[in-house]
Write a protein that binds this ligand. Structure first.
Ligand SMILES: N[C@@H](CCC(=O)N[C@@H](CS)C(=O)NCC(=O)O)C(=O)O
Length: 422
């Protein structure tokens, strides 16, 4: 019986059911082409979850929403599943840690992270409270893990799956090494868990956040003077990486209209004759004679002074043993590249008809270098070797054309998937 999970492919909440399914021998398929913000607003989706939140599992007996409920459902499909422990008290402890992971860990990570990403209003005292509740929870977890490899008993249970997925949100999003090093047993536990084969199959390579995301300037709320004054010094020092401002300047800022965002240095380059959006439109609208229309159009438009082309080659192809995990990894990469949409076009190919698959890509960037903000913000960049295309070399030019076109066979091999960033 195949179950369908509605979610985008790098959602920590969807990972819970996918990992539980791996342990339980249950098949759960991610729905194809899910677009957050669009697919979860349709009347059909709202019938499955009236508040439009993701994930939702479609079962033969109807939908289930709430990620923990979905993971429990998947787990219970296997009778006497060891993921639920082997006694009533183990079951009690598993449920205890699931609630703890959700209400004490995940909720406080979200209260810390989401305002910084601009999802909800940013208030320094609320952030301070979230960090302090999170630390209290992590201290308790750290103490438990000092003498336990797993949360309950001597093997992975559903509690470990849910805890790890929730920690994953923190480790990859906001909990830097300097934050987590206070909790060494949690660190050891997290890295051990994400490297278990049934986890890594779903999660791929996990990389810890290198910095606390800056507060999104555009969404910074007008804060009351009281709130600003009660900003605790210690939390401010820890969370904000900017040097402290002189008092007068900080006070002035409260009264001022929000400052315009600093311009991206790429906006300051001399104008280019190539209009990226025109190329993207041509790419999207060409349905037939792709070589003659789109590829020819590309080379006609291409401005080697204003733009550069780059080949990328995944460094760890031997890890690409599962087709949908490989495709998910690229889906995640392209999502994270969203910040470069005004300045880039990309094509990523998953090559081969059987594992391990090779991942290679082609990128067009504004300017002569890979933009610094992309290298800084998108950690996937360092998972690839990057080589600038020499367009005076006809063979390299032809390779560019083939990659844009998804030509198959590509370098003698079938294509498993081709994703476009436009
Ligand atoms: N408690 C829910 C939380 C689900 C949730 O917050 N999903 C987010 C994405 S991670 C969402 O769908 N947000 C869209 C919205 O709030 O409209 C669960 O665990 O499934």
């Amino acid at each position: 019986m195949a179950l369908v999970l509605y979610s985008w492919d790098t959602n920590r909440n969807a990972f819970k059911a996918l990992i539980a399914a791996e342990y339980s021998g249950v098949q759960v398929d991610l729905v194809q082409n899910f677009q957050m913000g669009v697919s979860n607003k349709t009347p059909e989706f709202l019938k499955m979850n009236p508040i439009g939140k993701v994930p939702v599992l479609e079962t033969p007996d109807g939908p289930v929403f709430e990620s923990n409920a979905i993971a429990r459902y998947v787990t219970r499909l296997k009778p006497d599943n060891p993921l639920y422990g082997s006694s009533l008290i183990e079951y009690g402890h598993i449920e205890q840690w699931i609630d703890f992971a959700s209400l004490e860990i995940d909720a406080n990570i979200s209260r810390w992270l989401y305002p910084r990403l601009g999802f909800i209003v940013y208030l320094p005292p609320a952030e301070e409270a979230a960090i302090s509740f999170l630390k209290r929870a992590l201290e308790a977890l750290n103490a438990h893990l000092a003498s336990n490899t797993f949360l309950v008993g001597h093997a992975v249970t559903l509690a470990d799956i849910i805890m790890t997925c929730n920690l994953y949100g923190g480790f990859t999003g906001i909990m830097t090494k300097s934050f987590t090093s206070e909790f060494p047993h949690v660190e050891r536990y997290f890295w051990t868990m994400v490297n278990q084969p049934n986890f890594s199959k779903i999660l791929g390579v996990v990389k810890q956040a290198e910095k606390v995301p800056p507060v999104q300037a555009a969404k910074k709320p007008a804060q009351s003077k009281e709130a600003a004054k009660s900003k605790p010094k210690e939390a401010k020092k820890e969370v904000h990486k900017e040097p402290a401002k002189p008092k007068a300047e900080a006070a002035d800022e409260e009264e001022e209209a929000p400052k315009p965002k600093p311009r991206n240095p790429l906006d300051l380059l001399p104008p280019s004759k190539m209009i990226l959006d025109e190329w993207k439109r041509l790419y999207s609208n060409t349905k037939t004679n792709f070589r003659e229309v789109a590829i020819k159009g590309f080379w006609d438009m291409y401005d080697p002074e204003g733009y550069s082309l780059w080949f990328c080659d995944y460094k760890y192809n031997e890890e690409n043993t599962v087709s949908f995990v490989t495709m998910n990894k690229i889906g995640g990469f392209l999502q994270r590249m969203d910040l470069a949409r005004k300045y880039a076009f990309g094509k990523m190919l998953v090559i081969g008809s059987e594992p391990p698959y090779k991942v290679k890509g082609l990128w067009l960037f504004r300017g002569q270098e890979i933009p610094k903000f992309v290298l800084d913000e998108c950690y996937d960049m360092e998972l690839y070797d990057w080589v600038k295309v020499d367009i005076s070399d006809e063979a390299q030019k032809e390779r560019v054309s083939q990659m844009i076109e998804d030509q198959e066979p590509f370098e003698g091999e079938a294509l498993l998937d081709a994703k476009c960033f436009k």
